[in-house]
Design a protein around this ligand. Structure first.
Ligand code: ADP
Ligand code: MG
Ligand code: ZN
Length: 533
């Protein structure tokens, strides 16, 4: 899913006046766009106007737009509210389930709550307390080690809470975990992808189909699913040398390694039936996108021409009727972010648990300890899996996958890396300012530790995603007589003495096997947090 755009006020810049006026122009275009969006929202859901003053648009993703509004309280005070306007094509059960997660599990333990919900026709707006928050990228390299510890602790508080309710969030990443550094406030948001465990306490999550079920359904052309999730709905990979086979078996080359997953039911190997080259895959992708779009818009048209009151009996009430429950699911390619997905998700293991959120928390922790964000940058699942292998080892990944019934073939063996060594190398010798240690001038320093483009441009295919940065680091280290990252002297930020406990916890979060991966409850009592209150 696309990251929401951040709308930040225009910053002063030290560029030439022409740049300045261009920036001002762009800013005014953006502002008029926001103004128009606010007007449209007020038209679509007019009851908002009597309650709120809508001030700004603060987020825009593929599935919602989020606005900052104020509400006038009786005592004359103004309260800041976040208004999340869901795209009108969202499935009613999906919306109701998101709302139920917020109302039942939210409002405490760092899980966002809900104040009100508004609906007019197919427009739904969720009103939540507003939490001003930082951009993860902006603060990543200025966080003290103690702040990182607190951040992770508070993330586990939120995850423990939702997991107790049998909610699997499925999209744990920094933009869904709001962090106010000054107030030390945290909030897990965005239950738009959430699913229920077998014994979930969120009734409506029982009706939300799992992605694996949807895949099965669309493959068997069963009714109930429209659109297509999975590899074909994402952009085709750029590497034209790759031979991609059909859905059941995909082969890709990455960093000189070829990975071949055979996704048979119950881990059984499936015979490779058909091999198609990248061009036909591209065509197929295009076709898929067109047909999905056509179906979506025709559904929307029929929804408009047919008043909701005639098609169901829950219109205007606070429940979801059986007609709506049995409506055909509209599935957009909404599958979280490959870089945060656990190995069992990447290999489409049908039995997914709350452990997938713990993996994503591990990837966030990896970013915090290495100073790299995003850590894994992959446009599709198999590239993401290959990147995981370069950190956790190919043999280890294959072995873990076997435990959950998946067979992975990889043409090249890559060893597992020591997490401390990896993070220290990436963070650089002067960890208070890691950007200057590893990045060439002009670079923002926020490139991922593992990315497709970096690897493709590298003069030699790196054995590890970190190698590109390591090279420049070590060149500086040997030529300029810089200290080795390990013997850094006192660092007031606490980065000079990262305890082994930190890497032990990271190792337990990035456990390739979901069955043994640490839970949120266990993470909270891990020795790493012994001094955090
Ligand atoms: P989406 O499904 O589009 O990703 P989210 O619920 O994640 O929607 O919201 C998108 C963005 O809006 C968040 O990343 C955050 O920046 C902002 N946002 C969401 N809820 C709040 C809130 N309660 N307070 C402040 N900002 C919020
Ligand atoms: Mg989000
Ligand atoms: Zn209904």
């Amino acid at each position: 899913m696309e990251e929401p755009m951040a709308f930040s006020p225009l910053r002063g810049c030290d560029r030439c006046p022409a740049d300045d006026s261009l920036k001002k122009y762009e800013q005014s275009v953006k502002l008029s766009g926001i103004k128009r969006d606010i007007e449209e929202l007020c038209e679509a859901v007019p009851q908002l106007v009597s309650v709120f003053k809508i001030k700004d648009k603060i987020g825009e993703g593929t599935f919602s737009s989020v606005y900052l509004a104020t509400a006038q309280l009786q005592e004359g005070r103004e309260e800041k509210i976040a208004l999340k306007h869901l795209i009108p094509t969202s499935h009613p059960v999906r919306i109701a389930a998101e709302l139920q997660c917020l109302t039942v599990a939210g409002g405490q333990d760092n899980v966002m709550g809900v104040k009100y919900c508004f609906r007019k026709n197919d427009h739904v707006v969720i009103a939540m307390p507003y939490l001003e928050h930082e951009s993860f990228l902006d603060i990543l390299n200025s966080l003290s080690f103690q702040e990182v510890r607190e951040y992770m602790f508070n993330l586990f508080v939120a995850l423990k809470r939702i997991h107790q309710f049998g909610i699997v969030h499925r999209d744990v990443k920094p933009s869904n975990f709001l962090y106010n550094r000054r107030l030390k406030k945290y909030a897990l948001v965005d239950f738009g992808l959430a699913q229920g465990t077998r014994d979930t306490k969120i009734e409506l999550l029982k009706f939300v189909q799992s992605e694996a079920q949807q895949e099965d359904c669309s493959r068997n052309k069963c009714h109930g699913v429209i659109g297509h999730k999975g590899p074909l709905s994402r952009p085709a990979p750029k590497n034209v040398d790759q031979h991609i086979t059909t859905k059941t078996s995909v082969k890709r080359s990455y960093a000189n390694a070829q990975i071949h997953i055979k996704q048979g039911k119950d881990g059984k190997l499936i015979k490779q039936s058909k091999t198609v080259d990248i061009m036909s895959r591209k065509l197929a992708t295009k076709k898929m996108a067109v047909s999905t779009k056509a179906v979506n818009s025709s559904m929307r048209d029929s929804a408009r021409s047919c008043p909701a009151a005639l098609t169901c009996d829950c219109y205007g009430t606070d429940r979801v009727c059986s007609v709506c429950l049995s409506r055909r699911q509209q599935v957009a390619p909404r599958a979280g972010t490959p870089g945060f997905r656990a190995p069992e998700v990447l290999t489409k293991c049908p039995d997914q648990t709350t452990a997938i959120d713990m993996w994503s928390a591990g990837v966030i922790f990896l970013s915090l300890l290495s100073g790299r964000y995003p850590f894994y940058k992959a446009s599709d699942d198999l590239t993401a899996l290959a990147q995981i292998m370069t950190i956790r080892g190919s043999r280890e990944t294959i072995q873990a996958a076997k435990a959950f019934g998946k067979s992975i073939l990889c043409s090249k063996e890559v060893p597992a890396q020591d997490l401390r060594t990896l993070c220290e190398r990436l963070r650089g010798p002067d960890s208070a300012n890691p950007k200057s240690a590893v990045d060439p001038p002009g670079n923002t320093g926020h490139h991922p530790a593992a990315s497709e483009s970096t690897d493709h441009k590298a003069p030699h295919a790196p054995a590890s995603p970190a190698q590109h940065s390591e090279d420049s680091l070590y060149k500086r280290g040997s030529g300029g007589g810089r200290r080795h990252p390990r013997d850094r002297t006192a660092n007031p930020e606490g980065w000079d003495s990262v305890p082994d406990d930190a890497y032990d916890l990271l190792d337990k979060l990035l456990d390739l096997n979901p069955a043994s991966r640490i839970t949120a409850e266990a993470a909270l009592v891990h020795p790493f947090f012994k001094d955090v209150c």
